[in-house]
Design a protein around this ligand. Structure first.
Ligand SMILES: N[C@@H]1[C@@H](O)[C@H](O)[C@@H](COP(=O)(O)O)O[C@@H]1O
Length: 286
């Protein structure tokens, strides 16, 4: 697992957006071989969505051949409700980019048969060959998607009752009225996230710092479901300085030093590449 630390939420958003953009462009998606991207809601990914939107507007990135799967959705909230994750995704992201709406997948929290809806979602992900990159966010209790503390680390897409802490945390989106926050949600499971070929998680703000330390400095534990990422072969957590407040100084220094060394390696590689290119050019004129 890698931990990348940036100064503030905007720098985190810029970093993740550039990272995703590189992945999509390197993948060179086509209609027959689309890039399958998992996406979260919440305030933390908004700077990433803004930066991705800018890349699209600047002509550096396109979502024409990208298929998306959102992590979760409230149960029983009309999809056109201002706080449904459906509304959120179109308001904050999809309406501003060039993705065809038919390539967007969001769980239907109003389906007649919620269990069938969850099973069909897993099947739909499989039908696209799985998720290439799952971008995630976390709650203050360390939940990834809506996999609240105690969720099975082998869980798949299912109905979940929300933790009281999450209901309180999300009341800010419902006029601070706890009674208006839905009590249940549909969510991809921990195993659904772990099955993605790559996972990138955004964690910003002081209030997420305890969850971050539990997830990366302690063992894999169902009480902090983000910790399951330790089992993933290709996971990256991008955080701001505030979110590191509960980490040991040596943990922060360790991950910063890893990034520093990596940059040195990349710089050396680039220089070598330039020299090799130069010698090729000289050769071709001779
Ligand atoms: N189900 C969502 C999570 O998927 C999201 O990660 C979290 C973070 O929200 P915020 O970024 O606003 O703190 O919100 C909800 O709980």
């Amino acid at each position: 697992m890698r931990l990348t630390i940036r100064d503030d939420p905007k720098a985190v958003g810029d970093y993740i957006a550039n990272y995703i953009s590189r992945r999509i462009n390197d993948f060179a998606p086509t209609p027959d071989k689309p890039f399958v991207l998992g996406l979260p809601t919440g305030s933390s990914p908004i700077p990433t969505y803004k930066a991705l939107t800018k890349l699209v507007k600047d002509g550096e990135l396109s979502f024409k051949n990208v298929v998306t799967f959102n992590m979760d959705e409230y149960v029983g909230l009309p999809s056109d409700h201002s706080e449904s994750y459906h509304t959120f995704m179109f308001r904050e992201f999809f309406s501003h980019i060039d993705i065809p709406p038919s390539q967007v997948h969001i769980l239907d929290g109003n389906a007649q048969d919620l269990i069938a809806e969850c099973n069909a979602y897993e099947q739909r992900i499989k039908s696209y060959g799985g998720i290439e990159l799952f971008l995630g966010g976390i709650g203050e209790d360390g939940h990834i998607a809506f996999n609240e503390p105690g969720s099975s680390l082998t869980s798949r897409t299912r109905i979940k009752t929300l933790a009281y802490d999450t209901i309180i945390a999300n009341a800010r989106f419902f006029g601070n009225d706890i009674s208006k926050v839905p009590r249940m949600a549909l969510t991809v499971g921990v195993a659904t996230v772990l099955e993605a070929r790559e996972v990138v998680v955004v964690v910003t703000g002081l209030r997420k710092s305890l969850a971050l330390s539990k997830a990366i400095e302690e063992g894999v534990n169902h009480l902090w479901t983000l910790s399951a990422l330790q089992l993933h072969p290709w996971a990256l957590i991008v955080v701001d300085e505030d979110a590191t407040a509960e980490l040991h100084v040596k943990t922060v220094k360790y991950f910063k030093s890893i990034e520093y060394v990596q940059e040195q390696v990349e710089r050396a590689r680039a220089e070598l590449g330039e020299r090799a290119e130069g010698s090729l050019q000289v050769g071709s004129t001779e």
